[in-house]
Write a protein of this length. Structure first.
Lengths: 522, 180
């Protein structure tokens, strides 16, 4: 395992160890490139995970204060918890469900396909699906995604079987147990899924892909990668030539250090990454690093989401087995006849009793609520996830008053639902309820969005520097040795879960960085 | 399908460990045979016994589950006594909130809140104070202190931690038998 000196300016410093940072770190290390990953959270391994929702939340979640505003219901229900993401080595790949879907072709060019939509800030990606396909294939192979590379799908659990039966009655065609980066058979030194449930609390069997026990130990084994936990990046610094030269971070004891760097890659998820760039303002970059476009923090997307839970007259036990156990993909198409642009996926989801009480209808009480909870063992559930539209005014800014323990301004998250998001959510609620009604639901619940798990777009990719923050390789338009490596690169959100695309972009970016170093550009 | 045994299986050591780690979960183990109007409340150190009894009644009125015995609601409200001891603001919020509720009950029903006969009458009083900090604290604390108690999980057919049992791969993850 490598250990680098703070004054060694040879390594590439990556901020964050999740899908983007963890993957990039390993890919670079495999090429012989020196890497330091600064991870804000501690190193919790598989044996540390607990099958207990609140205790796991305390162990893994990013609980540092954030502020919120806007018309989205999350700002009302969870004003200081806009996102449900992870602060621990492995980042949100510890918590993720495992769904690994490729974008559709049109989702890389929605400005062209959807046209101009009032109130939205649509832009085509500077990459096409054709360009991404070979990289998607590498990511699916790396992650062992089911229904790719000859890997069989996972078996469906009770929750999936209910959804599948309803979907068939409605005539849906694309219904299966998903493309999941969860081993359906032993692979890559990890076992097959034991149907434990608690996928969101850290996989106790290691069947689910996470950078924590795949990319990171593989990178460390090369001797080129050092992961430094409990290291909260507070500022990226640059030299007189405008190149970044290191990252200032605070360690577990509250001591500040600067790790020098040959290049820096920011992968702290879409709230912290723009916050870090904005907090790195200087005389040369008064509006923050890489922000000459003014787009850092803007176009925040969090997906159109919601859930539908249903109660039946017989038992389901939805919590048994894989949390996201299957999918209906028929509504993911772009079909404006439904009254909105873009589409959505319907994916099974279950919560344990403690989180069901907290999230079914936050703030609700009395018998309408408690009779729903009384039906817990007879419940089935699905999550609705669809494309939300980028809006310039949906953004992460630095809170003018609130500061963290290190005295740095916290992220303030503003989000208003676009009318397109609302029309899509209403359609999805209706279709979700119809799926369950078709198999005899006695009651259905259109459940509001949870704190955001898919945070996207706040450092978006653009062909032209004035439209976004990074180019097609995640390299910032303004600073050649500064990269963005997480979902904040996304130009638009697409309907599907983002992790596969984040991993794909990280593999591709590592290749680009390796080439740029060989050419002496970095 | 494999059903869940809903009878109480008290594992006190596990329960206490969970409770200690998760504020504001119940800090006392659930003891059988308690009822809301009983002598349990006399053990309170900081809050008045009548306040504790009223809080337990309010807890049941906020989240009524007829299949849950009083002892689960008592366990859910008991931690407020310790919180009131360590934070005078909490003490004032709870004592003043209960006093207000009793005042409203007296005005409408000529009795204390806990003695108002029908749940819907008590709920009407709670609706009057729904926007207060007092009610907001009760409701949000109870979400964890009532539902995050592992002893109540089997009552709802929830089985809790599964990894140590080998997951559900051989324990009914796909045993649904009523879909046609």
């Amino acid at each position: 395992m490598a250990k680098f000196d703070l004054n060694d300016d040879g390594p590439i410093v990556i901020v964050g160890s999740g899908a983007g940072g963890g993957t990039l770190g390993n890919e670079l290390a495999q090429k012989g490139i020196k890497v330091v990953i600064l991870e804000a959270g501690g190193r919790n391994e598989i044996q540390d995970f607990v099958n207990d929702e609140w205790n796991s939340f305390i162990q893994l979640a990013w609980k540092d204060m954030r502020t919120t505003s806007g018309s989205w219901r999350v700002a009302h229900d969870f004003p200081n918890l806009p996102a449900w993401i992870v602060k621990s080595v492995g980042g949100s790949t510890v918590h993720w469900a495992g769904a690994s879907l490729r974008f559709d072709e049109h989702e890389f060019k929605i400005r062209t396909v959807y046209g101009d939509i009032a109130g939205a800030n649509l832009l085509d990606w500077p990459i096409s699906l054709a360009e991404m396909e070979p990289w998607y294939a590498k990511a699916e192979f790396k992650m062992g995604t089911t229904r790719t590379n000859g890997i069989p799908g996972l078996p469906g659990n009770n929750n999936f079987k209910v959804m599948e039966a309803g979907a068939r009655k409605l005539g849906y065609q694309q219904v299966h147990t998903g493309r999941m980066s969860i081993n359906s058979q032993p692979r890559d030194g990890r076992g097959a899924c034991q149907q434990i449930g608690f996928c969101f609390q850290g996989c106790k069997s290691g069947a689910k892909w996470s950078t924590l026990y795949t990319e990171i130990p593989k990178g460390e084994a090369t001797g080129n990668l050092e992961v430094r936990p409990n290291s909260m990046a507070v500022r990226i610094e640059h030299n007189a030539a405008g190149k970044v030269d290191g990252v200032v971070y605070v360690d577990a004891d509250g001591k500040m250090h600067k790790q020098k760097a040959r290049a820096v890659a920011v992968a702290g998820n879409s709230l912290e990454s723009p916050r870090l760039l904005l907090n790195s303002h200087s005389n040369m970059f008064p509006d923050g690093l890489a922000n000459s476009s003014g787009q850092v923090g803007r176009n925040y997307m969090r997906h159109m989401t919601g859930s539908v839970y249903a109660v039946f007259d017989k038992q389901v036990h939805m919590y048994r087995g894989t949390t996201m156990a299957g999918i209906i993909m028929d509504e993911a198409r772009h079909d404006p006849k439904r009254g909105f642009s873009g589409g959505y996926e319907m994916e099974t989801l279950s919560l344990g009793l403690p989180f069901m009480a907290a999230f079914l209808n936050p703030g609700a009480w009395g018998r309408s609520f408690t009779t729903a909870i009384d039906g817990y063992s007879n419940m089935a559930g699905m999550w609705l996830v669809g494309e939300d539209l980028p809006q310039e005014t949906n953004r992460v800014t630095l809170d003018p008053a609130a500061k963290d323990a290190n005295g740095m301004p916290v992220a303030s998250v503003h989000y208003d639902d676009h009318p397109n998001d609302i029309a899509m959510r209403n359609h999805a609620y209706q279709q979700g309820a119809a799926v369950y009604d078709a198999v005899g639901a006695t009651r259905t619940f259109p459940t509001p969005p949870y704190p955001s798990t898919h945070n996207l777009g706040t450092n978006r990719m653009s062909e032209k520097p004035r439209d976004g923050v990074v180019n097609k390789y995640g390299q910032t338009h303004d600073v050649k040795n500064l990269f963005v490596s997480d979902g904040s690169q996304f130009t638009t959100s697409a309907a599907c879960n983002p992790t596969l695309t984040i991993v794909t972009l990280a593999i591709r970016q590592a290749d680009y960085i390796g080439g740029a170093m060989q050419r002496g550009e970095i | 399908m494999r059903e869940v045994d809903r009878r109480s299986k008290i594992d006190r050591r596990n329960f206490l460990r969970t409770a200690a780690a998760v504020p504001p979960a119940a800090a006392v183990a659930v003891t059988t045979g308690l009822s809301i109007d009983g002598a349990w409340a006399d053990n309170a150190q900081t809050l008045k016994p009548d306040t504790m009894r009223t809080l337990a009644k309010v807890a049941r009125d906020i989240y009524p589950h007829d299949h849950l015995a009083d002892r689960y609601y008592i366990a859910a409200v008991t931690p407020w006594d310790a919180k009131a001891a360590s934070d005078p603001k909490v003490k004032a919020l709870l004592e003043e909130g209960v006093a207000l509720l009793n005042q409203l009950a007296q005005a409408t029903h000529k009795s204390a809140y806990a003695a108002v006969a029908w749940e819907e009458q008590r709920v009407a009083l709670l609706r009057e104070i729904e926007q207060t900090d007092f009610f907001g604290k009760l409701r949000s604390d109870l979400i964890a202190s009532l539902y995050n108690n592992p002893e109540v999980w089997p009552k709802f057919g929830y089985e809790g931690s599964s990894a140590e049992h080998g997951g559900y791969i051989n324990r009914g993850f796909d045993d649904i038998n009523w879909l046609s």
